[in-house]
Write a protein that binds this ligand. Sequence first.
Ligand SMILES: Cc1cc2nc3c(=O)[nH]c(=O)nc-3n(C[C@H](O)[C@H](O)[C@H](O)COP(=O)(O)OP(=O)(O)OC[C@H]3O[C@@H](n4cnc5c(N)ncnc54)[C@H](O)[C@@H]3O)c2cc1C
Ligand code: FES
Ligand code: FES
Length: 478
Amino acid sequence: MKSNISFILDNRVVYIDFEQERKLTPTTTVLNYLRQLPNHKGVKEGCAEGDCGACTVVIGELENNRIRYRAVDSCLIFLPMLDGKLLVTVENLKSPEGKLHPVQEAMIEQFGSQCGFCTPGIIMSMFDLYKNYVCPSRSEIEDVLSGNLCRCTGYRPIVDAALKACSYWGYDHFTEEEGKLVELLKSINKESLIIKTQLQTYFKPSSLSEALEFRNKHPNSIILCGATDVALKVTKAHELLQEIIDLSAIEELKFIEENIHEIKIGAGVVINDVRKKIIKDFPALYEMLNVFASNQIRNFATLGGNLGTASPIGDSLPVLMAYEASVELQSIEGRRVVPLNEYFVGYRKTLRKDNELITKIIIPKQNNGAVIKSYKVSKRKDLDISTLSAGFKLESRNNIVQNIILAYGGMAERPKRASETEKFLRGKSWTREVVEKAMDILQQDFTPISDVRGSAEFRRIAARNLILKFWNDTKLVD
Ligand SMILES: Cc1cc2nc3c(=O)[nH]c(=O)nc-3n(C[C@H](O)[C@H](O)[C@H](O)COP(=O)(O)OP(=O)(O)OC[C@H]3O[C@@H](n4cnc5c(N)ncnc54)[C@H](O)[C@@H]3O)c2cc1C
Ligand code: FES
Ligand code: FES
């Protein structure tokens, strides 16, 4: 067990011993760390909550002896999350000879920057694009840039710059230096980390058994995995997190296994990796994850974390309920599997006991001709929290409803199925006339509230109309 962190920055290993440091704590964000260094001021703070992308940096991790580069919002990452990784900032993009990186050159040539506040963050997202896509399409570029706001240049020249730059097959000075960087990364000790300062304990185990032991002894510790939700407690609510257990280094939580019946996704798999694996068999989940936050957030946020929030507007929850997914919980006493439909019991309350962790999500494959759709209602397509969302499943024979699931987010204190409406529809014809009656019955299932995202009235109307939309998307065509 080690007590200090090591990561690579500027081609060398940086050590931080929090017991010796006076300015840094285990919950100092990577953004705040970089801003206090003399030569890394390119990174900017806009919102400190993952919404603007001005703080974007790239993190490199060893994967099969290669380095995988991912853009992240540095305002949402705590320093210990960097342990064993490579941190790349906009200052690192120039070649050792001082030549600008192809993404920087393209940005200049296409006049992609005016005031320049957003530019370093956009350049870092473009660097992620450059390293991970060959000749990306316009929609892939828009997807990767979805977490970067620019308020004065306008996006056309920025997208043009990305189109121009990303035709070099990812080749740059990082490719030339990869062998050296891989050796540096390998030189870092990967054992479990425990940081104890006067005010905080930060535990980052490398195995599930250590995590379960710790959780059993410290049932009130704050669990985090991607920290895209937990970090806001620090950056926005200014809370002192006294005891933290960080699950992000546990390889046992990062698997995806599939057979003909189901897919099992480890709780620590990040949303962008889930997305890649579910395109074919789980299109409704795929559609939902395409409008989930931004590229930077999806690169760190996990599926387990989305369930862990138990938020009534967690986007994956209604659609996972429509797939009749289950969640596996584990503690030192053993493991159990709970259907998601029974898992949420109140506002941010679930059946998970204090000493349990979410370890996997199990989603059955649909073999009976069932149709599943997902819908997200928000003020804009990208990087917006849902006002309401839905996951619907229809099984019908000869246009008679055999089974139907209508799961909603944002309509109650928890993700919830419209059980009265479902009951009414079972056994009935799947016709517009019947669906319009069902829309009236939906009033009995929910009493939504008004908040900043939408009024109760708006939610009621939108929820009704989503059933009609579902019927329209699934009706038999003459
Ligand atoms: C700008 C922004 C935009 C966002 N947009 C969306 C969006 O469009 N849709 C959406 O649904 N969410 C969104 N979120 C919320 C957040 O990104 C997601 O909920 C994400 O999936 C959380 O995953 P994480 O790994 O980062 O969780 P963390 O922040 O690490 O943890 C979240 C919660 O889950 C618990 N937890 C995590 N892992 C486990 C585990 N294995 N076992 C038990 N408990 C666990 C933690 O204790 C914590 O309470 C957004 C957040 C931000 C900042
Ligand atoms: S400062 Fe806005 S996303 Fe980090
Ligand atoms: S160049 Fe000014 S905000 Fe983008």
